[in-house]
Design a protein around this ligand. Structure first.
Ligand code: NAD
Ligand code: WQD
Length: 340
């Protein structure tokens, strides 16, 4: 079996991607220092797939310990690098921690890919690189706008580090995937998103409110220039996002890449407003959500959604689930973990 290294395999998107990789015949190992997770998702993965995944609890900023994992696991065919700190707000107050963790871990992963002959690398980038985009939907060539957020800058820098590195390293090719708004959970409700700190993303806020973990939630702004006044985002089901990684890996392994590094948007390709998301939740769950309309949240972009044509054309990937399936699966997961 072909072995894939997933970094951040105990995290939200990593754990779902591990399931998709195993279901597609790959053997998976993980490196995760558990700074924002625990090993519980590995139990869920085992229940879903029947396969045990080994996690090395190693900080990827520690090059020697990272090298040791590669030494123990010769013949890795690809690395999917999820591991990163991801809080936009936290990054504003702890910029050096974000630059150190996100960029140094990536540099070490690339150095190991080169040293140990791993030919394929996939990197988690983010639609946050675009800032307040000048045109909608955004394509991979839409110019970046000024960023206020160190987190998003680590992703812009990460893409550039990969571009510069692969240009002069013919043994390694790479893809950066710009995720839009990942949400939802595996249909089994055995794995899902488990925010360690208070949830701030819309979908977990909705499910935590519905289950009674919070008394009510706030819609941040109703006076934007959008169809109902609330912000527009592109919510992509985490299992569709997982499948995009497997598609990338197959594409790279088949040598279909058109350059040493490539970039793809991974979104549904359509915008959903905050109020539409809430109504979708109410429709599929039969729950009445307790929400109030509040002021705008600082730093929010008005609207962003993807043009995903490039991924469909080159990777043959397209999403299969929409906002209702996101809400149904997120609610099943929240119901399984409870409101405690
Ligand atoms: P997550 O926090 O659930 O998973 C990341 C995992 O990486 C965690 O388990 C954490 O313990 C681990 N990790 C962090 N730093 C590490 C280090 N130095 N060494 C080893 N392990 C380390 O986050 P997620 O939502 O699964 O996101 C995965 C990736 O996708 C991240 O790179 C994130 O920036 C990116 N992304 C996420 C979103 C989103 O909304 N969730 C959107 C766009 C991009
Ligand atoms: C979505 C919409 C809020 C909570 C963030 C990061 C981005 C990427 C994805 C990592 C917005 C509204 C939210 C609430 C609300 N992550 N909202 N009430 O801000 O689009 O993107 O996650 O790369 O980098 O910035 O996602 O889920 O926080 O917000 O009204 O209680 O929901 O205003 O319009 P966001 P989000």
């Amino acid at each position: 079996m072909q072995k894939v290294l997933v970094t951040g395999g105990c995290g939200y998107i990593g754990s779902h991607t591990v399931v998709d990789l195993i279901n597609n015949g790959f053997e998976v190992i993980s490196i995760d220092n558990l700074s924002n997770s625990d090993e519980k998702p590995l139990e869920g993965i085992q229940k879903i797939t029947g396969k045990q995944v080994l996690n090395y609890q190693v900080d990827l900023c520690d090059l020697e310990k990272t090298r040791a994992v590669f030494e123990k696991n010769p013949g890795i065919v690809g690395i999917i690098h999820f591991a990163a700190l991801k809080s936009v707000e936290e990054s504003v107050f702890q910029p050096l921690r974000y630059f150190h963790n996100n960029n140094e871990s990536l540099i070490n992963v690339l150095a190991c890919a080169q040293e140990f002959g791993v030919p394929n690398v996939i990197f988690s980038s983010s639609c946050s690189v675009y800032g307040n985009a000048s045109e909608l939907p955004v394509t991979e060539t839409t110019p970046f706008r000024r960023l206020e957020c160190p987190y998003a800058r680590t992703k812009q820098m990460g893409e550039k580090i990969i571009e510069d590195f692969t240009k002069v390293t013919p043994t390694v090719r790479a893809i950066s995937l710009r995720y839009f708004n990942p949400a939802g959970a595996h249909e089994s409700a055995l794995i899902g998103e488990s925010p360690r700190t208070k949830a701030s993303n819309l979908v977990p806020v909705i499910t935590e409110t519905a289950i009674g973990k919070r008394a009510s939630m706030t819609v941040f702004g109703s006076d934007y220039d959008t169809r109902d006044g609330s912000c527009v985002r592109d919510y992509i089901h985490v299992m569709d996002l997982a499948a995009a990684h497997t598609a990338c890996l197959r594409y790279l392994m088949a040598g279909k890449n058109t350059g040493s590094s490539e970039i793809f948007n991974v979104g549904i390709g359509d915008g959903v407003t905050v109020l539409e998301a809430i109504h979708a939740f109410e429709k599929v769950t039969g729950q009445r959500l307790n929400y109030v309309i509040g002021p705008r949240r600082a730093g929010d972009v008005v609207a962003i959604y993807a043009n995903r044509d490039k991924a469909e054309r080159l990777l043959g990937w397209k999403p299969e689930r929409g906002i209702e399936e996101i809400m149904r699966s997120a609610w099943a997961w929240q119901s399984a973990v409870g409101g405690g």
